[in-house]
Design a protein around this ligand. Sequence first.
Ligand SMILES: Cc1cc2nc3c(=O)[nH]c(=O)nc-3n(C[C@H](O)[C@H](O)[C@H](O)COP(=O)(O)OP(=O)(O)OC[C@H]3O[C@@H](n4cnc5c(N)ncnc54)[C@H](O)[C@@H]3O)c2cc1C
Length: 318
Amino acid sequence: MKINSSVYDTVVIGGGPAGIAAAMHLGFHQRRVLVIDRKTSPMQFANTPIHNYPGVKPLVAPTEILQKMRKELREYDVETLFGNVIRITGQAPNFHVAIKSAQEALTTVTAKTLVLATGIARKHPKVDGDWKKWLPFAGKNRMSYYCPDCDSPQAAGKDVIIVNAGTANSALHVARCIKPFATRIRIFMTEDAYAPYTKNSETILNKSEFEWTHGLVKKINILEPGKRQQLITADGQTLECNIFFVAWIAVPRNELAIELGVELDGHGNIITDFKGATNIKGVWAAGDVRPITQTVATAVGTGVYTGIMIAHYLISLA
Ligand SMILES: Cc1cc2nc3c(=O)[nH]c(=O)nc-3n(C[C@H](O)[C@H](O)[C@H](O)COP(=O)(O)OP(=O)(O)OC[C@H]3O[C@@H](n4cnc5c(N)ncnc54)[C@H](O)[C@@H]3O)c2cc1C
């Protein structure tokens, strides 16, 4: 979309549920808002239905929810630009946001306020040494689940393999969440995970009540999605199950926050007050990039609240 205004009341960086919710409230209050998104939200690629999002039944794919949210934004005259924010300079009420669009064109816009709704990156397991080879199975066709808070009941009556790309404790957390539902749970510790597989991992897992093993994933075979799936190890074993759960590592997308001097917690998440305001005047944050449970409902909730608080702040500036 063409940029209509060079001075916005608010520029929202990140067009996932959190950024859209913040922008929607501000658009509803007739503020001039631009959402910039580089299209890497899970809502963009996952097609296993979204669970635990109130009011959406029958369950629909996240892509459908995202499309509806984007359509509503247009109805409130909020502009959206698909591109990458590469730099932010200045201070309230004159932030300069540099954007590289898909066509590599560089644009700079000015904003009185900012919302950082940049989400998190998830470290996927590797298949044959390459995490991109896991992507065809990531959140697709009810084959693999990522969120024990959203999806544990999907393990009901199922034989589950937890494919671990994180620490032993993250695998155990997933296992304990799905335990009331699953008929069998096995943890597969990937040896090329981002959190190194160590002797300590073995000690922790041996003390647990769960079956576990370790190795490298060579191949994934989906014989019948959500019913018969196989994990083939590098040493030639075939582990068969009904579904995979992924225990992963979250990496908050905080580069812009760091540049702005925004305060982070020990995991790299953006710290805000209860209103969503950061320590930098005029900069708010919403959604997964904050230290919250990563669900669509919490992303939308923090986004709306942030939008309301910015609307009040803009009134106070007038
Ligand atoms: C496979 C999978 C299944 C899930 N299932 C469920 C479920 O069933 N129920 C549920 O409630 N939750 C589910 N979730 C979690 C849910 O998708 C997230 O909690 C939610 O999307 C977070 O919203 P957000 O807006 O904070 O971040 P995101 O949705 O991650 O959006 C952030 C956006 O910011 C953009 N961005 C980042 N940096 C920049 C930049 N510099 N310039 C421009 N754009 C930028 C990214 O491209 C991205 O589009 C699932 C997640 C996964 C991975």
